[in-house]
Design a protein around this ligand. Structure first.
Ligand code: 0O2
Length: 221
């Protein structure tokens, strides 16, 4: 039955993929403009790199099943807001917040929700600043708003998250307790490194230090 339902959504899924890909291109362009302007104005580049990804059909089906959603693209469009994802890796925590502010203040970016896992890391140690936004995509048939999840993080947070991801994949979600503990310690070490590097950078370049807890962006429910 699932195979039949999925075969039926083939053409619609190609349309969805195209629209979400356009949204990713829009977000990537906005980030690069922001980066180049920042470099021009402040002679400083706050972004290390920007990457994008679209969820595969497999992973969408998995997410829909986990959330008890029907195999219906219309429902997925409404309910699954991270089909398109952009990751912005910055040198320092402060840069992640700065780039977040500049990006979310844009007129053509509508903020849907924010999760600040930098100020409040997850129990496993995961740390990043997430913004779910909607961006306009201009098609020949009209303008549509497409949701994109944008993750802002430091190089150290990114390093940790990619190892965490590989470990979860290797153990198929059943990660041994000692590995979980070690990952938590590694997250603490990554956080310490971020703070030290930022202090050092501040000493050398006279940049203000990282924001303290609670000094992040205004949270949107
Ligand atoms: P991928 O590989 O990016 O496709 P949900 O999206 O429903 O699972 P929620 O609360 O809506 O959960 O989203 P949340 O917590 O903001 O996390 C969404 C994304 O953040 C994940 O997407 C990951 O990219 C990243 N993330 C969150 N927690 C962790 C974590 O513990 N470790 C790592 N490595 N990444 C994390 P996906 O779709 O799960 O993965």
């Amino acid at each position: 039955d699932l195979a039949r339902r999925l075969a039926g959504i083939g053409a619609d899924f190609r349309q969805l993929t195209l629209e979400y890909e356009f949204a990713l291109r829009e977000v990537e362009t906005k980030m690069h403009i922001l980066q180049d302007e920042f470099l021009h104005l402040h002679d400083y580049n706050p972004i290390e790199h920007v990457s994008t990804r679209l969820k595969t059909l497999d992973s969408l089906v998995g997410k829909a099943n986990r959330r008890g959603l029907p195999m219906d693209l219309g429902v997925w469009r409404r309910e699954i807001l991270d089909i398109a994802g952009t990751r912005v890796t910055c040198s320092f925590r402060r840069d992640a917040y700065r780039v977040f502010d500049l990006f979310t203040e844009r007129q053509d970016v509508e903020v849907v929700s924010v999760k600040d896992y930098i100020a409040h890391p997850k129990a496993n140690g995961y740390s990043s600043l997430h913004a779910t936004v909607r961006v306009p995509v201009y098609l020949s048939t009209g303008v549509i708003l497409i949701p994109v999840e944008v993750q802002f993080r430091t190089i150290a947070m990114d390093f940790w998250a990619s190892l965490d991801h590989k470990i979860k994949y290797k153990y198929d979600g059943e990660v041994p307790a000692d590995v979980v503990d070690e990952l938590k310690e590694a997250a603490q070490a990554a956080d310490d490194l971020d703070r030290r590097m930022e202090r050092l950078h501040h000493r050398v370049h006279g940049q203000p230090g990282s924001p303290g807890p609670g000094a992040g962006p205004t949270l949107v429910a």
